[in-house]
Each structure stands twice: as C-alpha cells, then as structure tokens.
Design a protein around this ligand. Structure first.
Ligand code: DAH
Length: 341
C-alpha cells in the first residue's frame, strides 16, 4: 500500500506539472484530491486496515495528501500570476506617450478686430447700437437722401426680396435713422457694427457680405473738428500712435460735407509700397457731417442739432494689416487660414 501511495503521489505530481490552464487544474483536483479520488478513498478506508498497518499507512497517506494540496495551491497561484502577466502584456499602455492634443477654439480674426474697435470707441463714450440687417428701401436709401433713381444707388446694388420694398441692407447707415428714432431727443454717440450685403461679383477683392462699423454723434455744436479728432484718435489707437491721418473731400448723399479718411500706410509708413499701391495712404473710412435732411428724417431739428457720421469696413483694414491676399478667406471656414490668427 505504501508503494501504491508513492505511485499516487508521483502520478498526481507529474499530471499537475503538465497543467497550464484553470479548467485542467479543476479536473485534476477532481481526479486526485476530491472525495472519490483514490487517495481520499484510501484515507476513508484506513479503519478497515489491520491495526498494525493503520498508523504507518495513515501517516504516509496524510503526507501525500498534504503534499498534493500544497502542490495544487502552488499551481493555482502560478496560473493566476501567469494570467495576470498575460493580461498586463496584452493590455499594456505606455504612460509616457504624449496625450491627445486638445483642440482649443479661438475667435475669428474679424471678431477680434471688431472687439478692438468697439473697445476703442467705448473709451471715447460711444455705445453699441444694434440695428437690423433686413431693411426697407425707405431706410436703406430714401431716408438717407438717396431718392429713387438717384445715381448714388448705382454703387450699392443689393439683394431684394419678393417684396420690392424689403432688402438686405447695403451699409450700416440706415442704423443712423434707427438710432435717432430710438434715442431722440437726447444727444447721441453710438457705433453700429454689423453685416452688410451687396449684389456683386465675388472676387479676391469683393464679397457679397462684409462687416461695417458705422458711427454717429448728434449734439449741439458738433463740428468737423470733432469728426477729425475722433478719426485721428481712433486710427492711432487701432493702428499705432505714429499714424498720420488725412481727409479728402468726397461725396455721400447723407453727409455734407463728405470726406474720405486715409491714414499713412501701416506697412511702409507712407513711403509707398505694393499694399498702398505706392500712394503711401490707406483708406480707412467714409465720413462727414450729417446732412440736415437726414437729421430731420431722424427727428432732430438741423437748426439746433448737428452731427458727424462715419462708416468703415474693418475687414479691409484686417486684410491690409495681415497681408491677406483674398477676401473670400473670411467666410471659407478653412482652419488653415483661421488658425493663423
Ligand atoms: N455708408 C457708406 C458706404 O457704405 C459709408 C459711409 C460714408 C458711412 C460716410 C457714413 C458716412 O456714415 O458718413 O459706402
């Protein structure tokens, strides 16, 4: 019987060594250590042995049982570790890899420029007055002294709706009338930023929609000097304290007198370059003293009130400032363009 126990031990040990997965281990336990195994049956039958053999066989059988149990436990632990190591190797991730870059959004370059303009005029006491983009012919043209068939309308063809009276505004100037209607009889100092629309051939130089910033000041004793001071101060704060500003006589139906405001070229400081087309000057705004008819149309008596107005296209200045070669980039939504600012 002792030999039998030796064989049970060596066979079980050998079988255990060959095992490499938990299912086989469980089956091995069933065969070698469970209740009905040869070893446990022998242990159970010890009582049937003659007394003189019982102690020796019993001792040996218990030794074998403990040895097999220990080997089983060791194998179980070895399989657990092996499984853990396999999963670590399979699911390994490298904590030293750089993280995925976060895509930070940013403001559109025209938004940035618009905010600077608004901030500068805010410091001069101008409030933002919001006005509509869908206008009537009456506000967009007639109240601004463009009668029907006036040749100045030629410069501003627009998009009409099915109602011939309703159109997309071609400039922010109709907001002057809206502001006067809303704020009379008080003095006014507002800017009106917003989108304008013109029916034009789209090209590198012109788009069918663009931003303007209108300005309007109405008060007692407002003169051309106030307009000039405001324009010069704006140009210097926006484009550099060294800027030179000049005023050229011009024509708009809603101002009298009318001027074009130029500043010396920000690239060549007036020496002449491709950007300023070798003139040394860049046009930044149309402007003028509010026409008496327009004041009257807004509800202000031109004998008591006077005012100045200006209208600029900040995208043109942005193009010049950054050397942007095509105005269509602004609405193309191409990140390669937008991310440069
Ligand atoms: N509305 C004019 C345009 O779009 C620009 C302009 C010129 C506005 C003179 C003004 C102004 O307020 O005084 O071409």
């Amino acid at each position: 019987m002792l030999e039998q126990l030796d064989r049970i031990q060596s066979e079980a040990t050998a079988a255990l060594e060959a095992i490499s997965d938990p299912d086989a281990l469980r089956a091995w336990y069933g065969v070698h250590l469970a209740k009905k195994s040869r070893l446990m049956t022998m242990l159970g039958d010890l009582g049937k042995l003659p007394k003189e053999q019982r102690a020796e066989i019993g001792k040996r059988a218990n030794e074998v049982k403990r040895a097999l149990e220990a080997a089983y436990a060791a194998k179980e632990e070895a399989l657990r570790r092996a499984a853990l190591e396999r999963s670590l190797a399979a699911e390994a991730y490298d904590v030293t890899l750089p993280g995925r870059p976060v895509q930070a959004g940013r403001l559109h370059v025209t938004t940035v420029e618009m905010r600077r303009i608004v901030a500068i005029f805010a410091e001069m006491g101008f409030q933002v007055f919001r006005s509509r983009e869908v206008e009537s012919d009456w506000y967009n043209f007639q109240l601004l002294n463009f009668p029907p068939d006036h040749p100045a309308r030629e410069m501003q063809d627009t998009f009409y709706t099915t109602n011939p009276e309703v159109l997309l505004r071609t400039h922010t100037s109709p907001g002057q009338i809206r502001a006067m209607e809303a704020l009379r009889p008080d003095p006014i100092r507002v800017i009106l930023p917003g989108m304008c629309y013109r029916y034009e051939q789209i090209s590198a130089r012109s788009e069918i929609m663009f931003l303007q910033v209108e300005g309007l000041a109405v008060g007692h004793h407002i003169t051309m000097t106030d307009l000039k001071g405001t324009m010069i101060d704006f140009a210097r704060r926006m484009y550099g304290q060294e800027r030179q500003v000049r005023f050229r006589a011009s024509y708009f139906p809603f101002t009298e007198p009318s001027v074009e405001v130029d500043m010396d070229c920000i690239l060549c400081n007036g020496a002449g370059c491709r950007m300023c087309r070798y003139s040394g000057w860049l046009e930044i705004s149309g402007a003028g003293m509010v026409h008496p008819t327009v004041l009257r149309n807004g509800g202000y008596d031109p004998d008591e009130w006077s005012g100045f107005a200006f209208g600029m296209g900040p995208q043109r200045a942005t193009i010049l400032k950054y050397g942007i070669d095509d105005i269509r980039h602004f609405w193309a939504n191409d990140l390669r363009f937008l991310e440069q600012f």
